[in-house]
Design a protein. Sequence first.
Length: 155
Amino acid sequence: MPVRGPSPGSDLVTDTRRRPATVETTSLSARITQGVMAVVLAVISVLLMLTTHRMQVALGGVDLPVGPVFGGAFQIVTCVFLYSATGSRLPLVVVGSLWGLIALPFLGHGAGGGVLMPAEIAGRLQLGGWIVQGLGVGIPFVAVLVITLWRRRRP
């Protein structure tokens, strides 16, 4: 069989010199896309963390709070995804800033306190709501701090 050369157009697929090595993060369209991604993931994060914050698993007679652990893990994965997909800290700031505002309608007061996050149940203080809110708002800002310090450390 005769030896053929590369197929037409394959040089465009395999040649990395023609594509930029970095992700565009400063144009208006990139910033809008980053904001939209952050808003969507913030809504998902709030709904997930508020509905699962009271989940517990009894293991060896001890109730383990898997809801906040799962919610915190989801928030970390969200931050890692947003930064790796965009290369920008803006979506992380948007998630951290909007988290409390998106959660606010669900924290309304009913006859016994908060509807989804009551302050106390049967005279017992409920700290799960405060912990979940701290994780939801705090993790994105801690991620921004870590990324900022990491960028300054690099030469």
